[in-house]
Design a protein around this ligand. Structure first.
Ligand code: ASP
Ligand code: MG
Length: 469
């Protein structure tokens, strides 16, 4: 029984043109596989708007969140208006959209009336997860209109997580049990479940979300629990590329990558995949393909278990923003890392990870990333906040906090390919390297430069990678 899980990202459900592609892809693959299981993201931009609405509700800004919900309603209804649907189906779908948004307004209302304002809560996750519930209904209706048995499923009924709101962790055992109860029987009745990405619920039914870009993670968890053969991620780019084409236009598509390489790419900032989705697929050896909805015949990128010899080249390079802390200090690092985490949490609401640390007899260098979506304003705020925290606790030493760029080269067995490392460093010419770190997996080499040198370093390293082919 071969099951294919297909995940459609925000850009592939955000317009009638894209949805027409989705439909023809599903019709096509329905012929080739025993069962299909679909996972959908919210229409592009919708989650951003919902997060803003939830934040405004927390600030009791009623006009603010009502305005956002009205705009979202108009956008979804306009899309449904343009789709080739029968009158009854269209009306039922429009009523569904209205009901979901009306209920969500109620949650905003409660949040606005609540005196204690927790930054992360079930109410917040309930609000920001409504985008996926809307898109799943749109896609399922479109399938039904075309003689496929599409049924929208809210992942809150199947994907069980812990209560780490905004960043929840799925519980595979419980999810498998729920899937066996609800989803697998549907597959045997030739139903195509259209499951909401990004969202889940605790065992007791409190709504959660899996972190930004979390629909990828949903696809991977459902694939593992359904024993699927492959996972296909549909996007509007050709696959995983040698670098972000928005930064470097001559970026090229990569035919194949190992799980390890793609995990490092996602971790070090390639925005195409959710970093936590790779582990479960790797463990269960489920192949992953990244494909362009507008070029369904193209192979895209295949991620699978690769024998080391085949993959011994540098594959890609990423860039990510971070802050570095240099201090005249050589005591235990725990105190400083806890401070950094605290400062970042107050400014961004996220926890951070120290990516590189180095200590010598007198000095300590730490480099940590901050979420790429944070923007320059928040970066500066974080920098100031960290400076203030350090002043308050008194490190009894001098320090400096600076924004930096972390450029990461990903490939297999980089630790052994010393020639390649030399070539990469050579490509940087006289750019000032602040720190260098070979990842413990041996699949990545990270280079820290000043924020001003970031783009230049990325360009130089990317040319060196292409010229080697
Ligand atoms: N809609 C969610 C987000 O924008 C999840 C996803 O698209 O994967 O983060
Ligand atoms: Mg994504």
């Amino acid at each position: 029984m071969a099951i294919l899980v297909m995940k459609f990202g925000g850009a592939s459900v955000g317009s009638t043109t894209a949805l027409t592609q989705v439909l023809s892809i599903v019709l096509q693959e329905h012929e080739h596989w025993d069962h299909l299981l679909l996972v959908v993201s919210a229409l592009d931009g919708v989650t951003d708007a919902l997060i803003e609405a939830a934040q405004l509700a927390q600030l009791s800004n009623r006009r603010g969140y009502r305005r956002i919900v009205a705009t979202l309603r108009t956008r979804h209804l306009a899309l449904v208006e343009q789709l080739p649907l029968g009158t009854n189906e269209r009306q039922a779908l429009q009523a569904d959209i209205d009901r979901l948004l009306f209920d969500m307004l109620g949650v905003c209302q409660d949040l606005a009336n609540r005196p204690a304002r927790e930054p992360k809560s079930a109410a917040f996750d309930e609000i920001i997860g409504v985008g996926e519930r809307l898109s799943a209904r749109i896609v399922a209706t479109l399938l039904r209109q075309n003689h496929l048995r599409g049924v929208a499923i809210d992942a809150t009924d199947v994907l069980v997580t812990d209560a780490d709101y905004g960043h929840a962790h799925p519980n595979l055992e419980l999810t498998r049990v729920r899937m066996n109860q609800h989803l697998m029987p549907m597959l045997s009745r030739d139903i195509i479940p259209v499951v909401t990405g990004f969202i889940g619920a605790t065992e007791t039914g409190r709504p959660t979300t899996l972190g930004r870009g979390g629909s990828d993670y949903t696809a991977s968890i459902l694939a593992v629990c359904a024993d699927a053969k492959e996972v296909w991620m549909w996007t509007d780019v050709d696959g995983i590329m040698t670098t972000d084409p928005q930064e470097i236009p001559d970026a090229q598509n990569i035919d194949e990558l190992s799980y390890e390489e793609v995990a490092e790419l996602a971790y070090f900032g390639a925005r195409i995949l959710h970093a936590r989705m790779i582990g479960p697929l790797r463990e269960h050896q489920i192949n992953l393909r990244v494909k362009n909805i507008f070029k369904p015949r193209d192979p895209g990128t295949l991620v699978h278990a690769m024998p080391p010899d085949q993959s011994r080249t540098i594959k890609a390079v990423t860039i990510i923003q971070g802050l570095s802390l240099t201090a005249e200090y050589n005591g235990p690092l725990v105190k400083i890392t806890a401070l950094i985490d605290q400062a970042l949490h107050t400014t961004t609401g996220n926890h951070t990870e120290v990516m590189i640390s180095a200590q010598s007899s007198l000095r300590t260098f730490l480099c940590f990333i901050i979420p790429t979506t944070i923007g320059p304003e928040a970066l500066r705020a974080t920098q100031n906040n960290l400076d203030r925290c350090l002043q308050e606790v008194g490190l009894h030493t001098t320090w400096s906090v600076e924004p930096v760029s972390v450029i990461t080269v990903v490939g297999a067995d980089l630790a052994r390919l010393s020639g390649d490392t030399a070539r990469i460093l050579d490509a940087l010419g006289d750019l000032n390297v602040l720190a260098l770190s070979e990842g413990p997996s041996g699949h990545n080499l990270s280079i820290v430069v000043t924020i001003g040198d970031g783009e230049i370093a990325l360009g130089k390293i990317h040319s060196a990678i292409l010229n080697n082919d």
